[in-house]
Design a protein around this ligand. Structure first.
Ligand SMILES: [Zn+2]
Length: 468
């Protein structure tokens, strides 16, 4: 068993702490025993059933919470049969437990005591739980915009949570600074062991489908490490002659942040894109380091990469909840892709439900924006006072709701997202349009409001300087 650089092909002896080549390229594990049904460990209903194909010697005790062996639920979509793989039922509520169980086992065995990770939530929660189980100290750097529920979950497992303002990549930089200072990087993106844990999903599906591969596999793709992991698993099954061909792999991204899809459509290498806002926060990755490998795996499988917007995602989340499947928006992305792929799917498609709805619930029934949009659509409203009023209600409602929730109804301090000022501006603009459509001279109103606000600022700074 050794490590090989994906970029420059350099080889290293296996080292559990090595996560990147000297050239900066990501590393892969090679030289493992391939999957063999004869070596399954029937004594456990976890990913450790497949331990003979994992990079852990047989005498090592796994750090486990019962991850893997999740239900494969038959269902129908648009009249056609399919399966949902219920990865949201893993111990910490996401598929990341497969990688975290394996990685913490390897790091603990290597004598590591302190681990760091950067994550928008699911990977951080998984690492925190397994590190706690293993008795390792964990620090998780999370983007300040990550779901508060996920942040609380990470902290509950005993990990130190460090919110990092700015884009998702800022959290990675913070983690790398800690790694440079001596911590072990337990990265769900870079650690070569992690993706090996994802392979077990392929083996499980093969067993659950009666020793057959799915015809198609739909999953959300941010970094694309889940996609790469299942690709590796099915490639092993194919190399051993257990399946004839790979399932078609469909990686689904959010329109607001879709570097893989852009490269796929343009036929170019993956390059960074702007990190737009999306409800699918788990795949909000602007520059995935494994991108080109993901594209190659999708191409080899005869699949595709596609992007969907938040509206389709939230609608899919609601549809699944009505069927008893409570998943987060990032997972719903892959479900939403079913409509787009309708005519391409084979006889046995599987959609991976990656994360639990407990972490990022569907919008509350008082979601102003959605209600206003629905109301306008129902009544055929286009322009004029009614629409401006609805816009105003929805925009002010959203801003107010965010402030109230983020501050615990005014009991906690809060550093607003930079975008919030813009959203407040949208609300003011809607107010002016409304005023205008009611024949109020909006310009006069705005000048009056600004005068008042300026006077307030002046009074506040006068009060501040008199204290000094
Ligand atoms: Zn290299």
């Amino acid at each position: 068993m050794h490590l090989r650089c994906v970029r420059c092909d350099r080889r290293y002896p296996f080292d559990p702490l090595l996560w990147r080549c000297d050239c900066g390229g990501p590393l892969e594990i090679e030289g493992l025993s391939p999957f063999d049904p004869a070596s399954l460990d029937g004594s456990t209903a976890t990913i450790w059933r497949y331990r003979a194909a994992l990079p852990v010697p047989p005498e090592v005790a796994p750090v486990t919470l019962g991850e893997g062996q999740t239900p494969l639920i038959p269902d129908r979509w648009d009249g056609r049969p399919l399966y949902f793989k219920a990865e949201h039922l893993n111990p910490t509520g996401s598929f990341k437990d497969r990688g975290a169980s394996l990685l913490t086992t390897v790091l603990k065995e290597a004598g590591v005591e302190r681990v760091v990770e950067d994550s928008s939530g699911n990977a951080g929660a998984a690492l925190a739980a397994y590190a706690g189980r293993a008795g390792l100290r964990a620090t998780v750097y999370v983007p300040a915009h990550a779901s508060p529920v996920k942040r609380r979950q990470i902290a509950a497992y005993g990990a130190e949570v460090v919110p990092i303002p700015g884009p998702r990549s800022a959290a990675t930089e913070a983690a790398l600074a800690a790694v440079a200072a001596g911590a072990a990087y337990a990265s769900h993106v870079y650690a070569p062991v992690y993706v090996q844990g994802m392979k077990t999903l392929a083996f499980e599906l093969w067993e659950q489908l009666g020793r057959r591969a799915p015809s198609d596999l739909l999953l959300p793709a941010g970094h694309g490490t889940l996609l790469l992991g299942v690709y590796k698993g099915f490639a092993e099954l194919r190399s051993q002659g257990f399946i004839g061909r790979l399932p078609r792999l469909y990686g689904v991204q959010a329109t607001a942040c879709a570097p893989l899809v852009r490269a796929w459509e343009q036929g170019r290498p993956v390059a960074a894109v702007a990190e737009g806002e999306t409800v699918a926060e788990g795949v909000r990755i602007s520059n995935p380091p494994w991108g080109d490998r993901v594209l190659a795996a999708v191409r080899e499988s005869d699949g595709a990469l596609l992007a969907l917007d938040d509206r389709a995602t939230l609608a899919a989340q609601e549809t699944l909840a009505r069927r008893g499947l409570y998943i987060e928006p990032t997972s719903a992305l892959a479900v939403a892709a079913l409509d787009a792929l309708r005519d391409r799917l084979g006889e046995r498609p599987v959609v991976v439900l990656t994360g639990s709805g407990f972490k990022t619930p569907p919008p509350a029934p008082d979601d102003w924006q959605r209600q206003a949009a629905d109301f306008a659509a129902r009544h055929g409203l286009r322009h004029g006072p009614a629409v401006h009023a609805l816009d105003l209600v929805s925009e002010v409602g959203e801003v107010a709701k965010e402030l109230l929730l983020a501050t615990g109804y005014g009991t906690r301090p809060y550093r607003p997202r930079p975008a919030l000022a813009g959203e407040l501006g949208d609300a003011l603009y809607s107010l002016l349009l409304l005023a205008e459509s009611c024949d109020v001279r909006a310009g006069d109103a705005l000048v009056a409001a600004l005068d008042k606000y300026r006077a307030r600022l002046a009074a506040r700074s006068a009060a501040g300087s008199s204290k000094e």
